[in-house]
Write a protein of this length. Structure first.
Length: 202
């Protein structure tokens, strides 16, 4: 069963880079159900890290399938399992970082739809993802998380968003594409009323 689950998980992962078409659409439509099935399989096999991996992906898939309540439930389940795992395991620490990143996306999206959810909670999860990724030797993931944090804060705390996106820029590897980061920086400066101020650099 383990080999079959890994094959199915690999197929879903490949769908993210597949060109759009009937095959990709079918995989994406079935992703919430399959991810939850994989999570159940890994739970029964006693592989909690793999279970968390699939539950966080299930949460994102459910959100995009316009099932927000189910997405929140899947996220809560992933959080509960992740909280029981040993903090000194590098795989666990990485999975928690990515779980925080996915949670930030989900909670931000939900905050745009309902007052029940607050963008500050989403921003906190993004910040936690960045803080966790950097010690694991992944400045790119840390920068990506800081960028998400800045995007979330744009409408509520633009000055803080500017400071955060500057942190993201400092973390970016030299060869990385900086365009999106610079766009968010400009939006933050304008939202804070500083768009016309000259500066030497980002």
């Amino acid at each position: 069963m383990s080999h079959s689950a890994e094959q199915l998980q690999g197929l879903l992962n490949q769908s993210y880079t597949m060109p759009y078409g009937p095959g990709k659409n079918a995989l994406l439509e079935g992703a919430p159900t399959v991810r939850q099935l994989l999570a159940t399989i890994y739970d029964r096999m006693g592989q909690p890290v793999a279970e968390v991996y699939n539950r966080r992906h299930a949460a994102t898939s459910l959100l995009y399938a316009r099932q927000p309540n189910e997405a929140v439930d899947a996220l809560a389940r992933a959080d509960a399992i992740a909280a029981t795992l040993p903090a000194d395991d590098e795989r666990v620490r990485w999975e928690r970082a990515r779980l925080d990143f996915e949670a930030a996306h989900i909670l931000w999206e939900l905050s745009l739809r309902s007052d029940e959810y607050q963008p500050t909670e989403a921003a906190q999860r993004a910040a936690r993802a960045a803080d966790a990724a950097l010690p694991l030797g992944s400045p790119g993931a840390a920068a990506e998380s800081r960028l998400l944090q800045a995007q979330i804060l744009l409408d509520v705390q633009p000055s803080e968003a500017e400071a955060v996106v500057r942190q993201a820029l400092d973390l970016l590897p030299d060869e990385a594409d900086r365009e999106e980061y610079l766009q968010v920086l400009e939006l933050a400066r304008r939202a804070a009323g500083r768009g016309d101020e000259a500066e030497d650099g980002p």
